[in-house]
Design a protein around this ligand. Structure first.
Ligand SMILES: NC(=O)c1ccc[n+]([C@@H]2O[C@H](COP(=O)([O-])OP(=O)(O)OC[C@H]3O[C@@H](n4cnc5c(N)ncnc54)[C@H](O)[C@@H]3O)[C@@H](O)[C@H]2O)c1
Length: 262
C-alpha cells in the first residue's frame, strides 16, 4: 500500500472529453478543460459551438498542454461516435468523460407547470439523453483501457428541483446512480457535481449582481453565495483521478453550503 501524495490527483497519460467546453467565453466547461490539462490529461474540447471549442483547445495548447477541439451535438449518436473516434485517433483512447453540456439559459425561465411537450423534449433531450448518449458511446472505449471515470454536471437547482431545468438535473442524478451501478463491473465510476450559482458568462447573464435571486442565495448560503468556475475544479479532479478511486454514484455539491443534507 502506497502512502497518499498529491500525485494521486495527477492525470498524466489520461485522455479526457469535456462536453460543452467551448461555448460562452468564461464557461464552466472551459475551466474544467483547462484544469484537466493542467493536471496532465490530454483533452478533447467538445461543443456544438465549434469556434468556441477551437479557441479553448488553442488556449490549452498555447499554455503547453495537449488538446483538440471537436464539434458535437450530444443528442445525436452519430455525432457523439464521431467525437469518440476523433479522441481515440488523436490520443489513443478515452479515460474520462465530463458531461457538462446542457441547456440552462435556454430553459430555466419557465416553471414545469408551463413547460409544453416541445420544450420538455428539447430540455430532456440535451440535459438527460445527451449525457446518457455520451456515456453509452464512450463506456466501451473506457472498458478497453481497464476502466474510467464519468462526471455528470447537475445543479444546486435540483435539490429540490426548481423549475423544469431542475427536473432535468435531478433526472441526470438518477442516471448517475443507475450508470454507476451498471458500469461498476467494468471499473467505470460515475459521479456528479452539483454547482451552486456560478459566475460563468452564462450564469452572470442569468443572474446579474443585482438580481433578487442572488440576494436570496447570498442570504441563504453559509460561506458565499456565488463563486467562479475554477472553484468547481478541485471536486472534478478528485472524482476523475486515482484520489477518488473508491467513489462512485455520488454527487458533490460545490455551492457554499446552499444544499445540505442531515
Ligand atoms: N452557471 C451556473 O450557475 C450553473 C450552476 C449549476 C449548474 N450549471 C451547469 O454547468 C454546465 C455549464 O454551465 P455554464 O454556466 O458554463 O453554461 P454554458 O451555457 O456556457 O455552457 C453550456 C454549453 O453546452 C453547450 N451545448 C448546449 N447544447 C449542446 C449540444 N446539444 N451538444 C453539445 N454542446 C451543447 C453550449 O454550446 C455551451 O457551450 C451546464 O450543465 C449547466 O447546467 C451551471
Amino acid at each position: 500500500m502506497a502512502d497518499f501524495t498529491n500525485d494521486n490527483f495527477r492525470l498524466d497519460g489520461k485522455v479526457a472529453i469535456v462536453t460543452g467546453a467551448g461555448g460562452r467565453g468564461n464557461s464552466i466547461g472551459r475551466a474544467y478543460a483547462v484544469a484537466l490539462a493542467n493536471a496532465g490529461a490530454q483533452v478533447v474540447v467538445a461543443d456544438l459551438n465549434s469556434e468556441g471549442a477551437q479557441a479553448v483547445a488553442e488556449e490549452i495548447n498555447a499554455a503547453g498542454g495537449k488538446a483538440i477541439s471537436v464539434q458535437v451535438d450530444i443528442t445525436d449518436t452519430a455525432s457523439v461516435e464521431n467525437m469518440t473516434v476523433k479522441a481515440k485517433e488523436s490520443f489513443g483512447g478515452i479515460d474520462i468523460l465530463v458531461n457538462n453540456a446542457a441547456l440552462m439559459v435556454e430553459i430555466v425561465d419557465k416553471p414545469l407547470s408551463q413547460t409544453n411537450k416541445e420544450r420538455f423534449d428539447k430540455g430532456i433531450g440535451v440535459n438527460l439523453w445527451g449525457a446518457i448518449n455520451c456515456a453509452q458511446v464512450v463506456a466501451p472505449y473506457m472498458a478497453e483501457r481497464g476502466g474510467g471515470a464519468i462526471v455528470n454536471q447537475v445543479s444546486a437547482g435540483a435539490f429540490p428541483a426548481q423549475s423544469f431545468y431542475g427536473v432535468t438535473k435531478i433526472a441526470l442524478l438518477g442516471a448517475t446512480t443507475t450508470l454507476a451501478t451498471e458500469l461498476g463491473g467494468q471499473n467505470i465510476r460515475v459521479n456528479a457535481i452539483g454547482p451552486g450559482m456560478t459566475k460563468s458568462d452564462a450564469g452572470l447573464a442569468l443572474t446579474p449582481d443585482d438580481s433578487p435571486m442572488v440576494q436570496f442565495v447570498e442570504a441563504k448560503t453559509p460561506i458565499q453565495g456565488r463563486d467562479t468556475p475554477d472553484a468547481l475544479c478541485g471536486a472534478l479532479l478528485l472524482l476523475v483521478s486515482e484520489a477518488g478511486r473508491w467513489m462512485t454514484g455520488q454527487v458533490l455539491n460545490v455551492d457554499g453550503g446552499w444544499v445540505m443534507r442531515n
